[in-house]
Ligand binder design. Structure first.
Ligand code: MG
Length: 201
């Protein structure tokens, strides 16, 4: 399976990182080794001094598709949940400055934390996602604020990458990204339901 991630899909997050609003989705991939196994802590790698949490709505693909039309896109989604796209921001900034690919900063082991799946394809436009760090609400977003809709993302991604059953799409983070420290406890919610909790080590 593969993990496809969308960057810059909320205007408020585009602004906070000083990026420009994209004309088409920004996409990148993480390898399957990036998946943080359930109930494992997230261990900050020794080669970074700044790992950010990026709370995101995530989707799991249920069937093979290529050049998927927006009107059929939702039927390709098997389940939804929330996840964290952990990002070594210091490394990413260096790579961006040098015009180099982001993979080391985005695709490292454990960088894809995945919540408990809720079966079914998305059936509304306004999913609310929340991230609590040590019981404080630090990130919240609503999918009605997406720059590109779920249908547009699936259509766009499937032009380049054949989507297969089990593939996971991270749909981008709202504002509020910040560093995690050893000892932090994170909880991610979808419409108020806790679907992912993990410790930072
Ligand atoms: Mg992200």
């Amino acid at each position: 399976m593969k993990i496809i991630c969308v960057g810059r899909n909320y205007t408020d997050h585009v602004k906070e990182l000083g990026n420009s609003t994209p004309k088409e989705p920004v996409i990148f991939c993480k390898p399957d080794s990036a998946i943080l196994q359930p109930r494992n802590p997230f261990v900050i790698p020794p080669w970074t001094k700044e790992v950010h949490h990026e709370l995101e709505l995530i989707m799991r693909i249920g069937k093979v598709g290529k050049y998927i039309e927006p009107k059929y896109a939702l039927s390709y989604v098997d389940s939804i949940s929330v996840g964290i796209d952990f990002t070594a921001r210091d490394i990413q900034s260096e790579l961006k400055k040098a015009g180099l690919p982001w993979e080391k900063a985005k695709g490292f082991d454990g960088s894809a934390a995945i919540g408990r799946w809720i079966k079914g394809s998305p059936n509304k436009k306004n999913y609310e996602i929340q991230l609590f760090k040590n019981n404080d609400l630090v990130q919240k977003g609503n999918t009605r604020d997406f720059i590109f809709s779920i249908e547009e993302l699936i259509c766009y991604i499937s032009q380049f990458f054949t989507l297969k059953s089990g593939d996971i799409i991270f749909t981008g983070t709202p504002s509020g990204v910040a560093s995690v420290e050893a000892g932090d406890e994170l909880i991610c919610k979808l419409d108020g339901n806790s679907l992912l909790s993990l410790s930072i080590r």
